[in-house]
Design a protein. Sequence first.
Length: 202
Amino acid sequence: MFVYKIDEITNGLLTKFECGYPCATCDARDPSICTSCPKNRNRYLQRDKTTGRATCKSRCDRGYTFDRRAREKECFPCDVSCKTCRRGGSSQDRKFCVTCANDYQYFWREEAKCFNTLTRCPQGTYNSSRNRCTRCPKDCFACRNKKQCEWCNPFSKIPLLFNGQCSSTCKKRFTPSFQGVGDDRMGRCVKCEDPCYTCEEG
């Protein structure tokens, strides 16, 4: 006859709770926190952005997206810059904003990106109206508006800035002048010193 006894309890005794609805499995210490959802009920596991507590949802809340190809259905929070983001069925949709978060009020619809008040509209775009970022005209690296370029593409056929426009050559009494190198190279038309009618490149 064998006799068994407990010599030591190192981790204590854990009370086993039955998981609360709608969890399939749950945290051992809190049955209201889901760790997985019932697969036969088409539920998505969604974690609170602040607390990290997870529950199961029939569909992801606003501010979340999902990946329909994933084996385990889960809601992914949108990027911090987005109030809401695309819901096309890919986890990568979290990076593409539909509306902007409070601290990111500058929206570039073409790229589905939001920018904060420090960054504002990124290089190559301008604030067209109501914090909407619009792409600068072709061959313009930076601009004030659609008619006023501030920096021309140095690798284009019209790399010279003159009166807010990009040009291939300078008019009389002006000469091309370049500063910087590589992507930072900036070309502009500079007025010749009097009494010169034409002058060398500076």
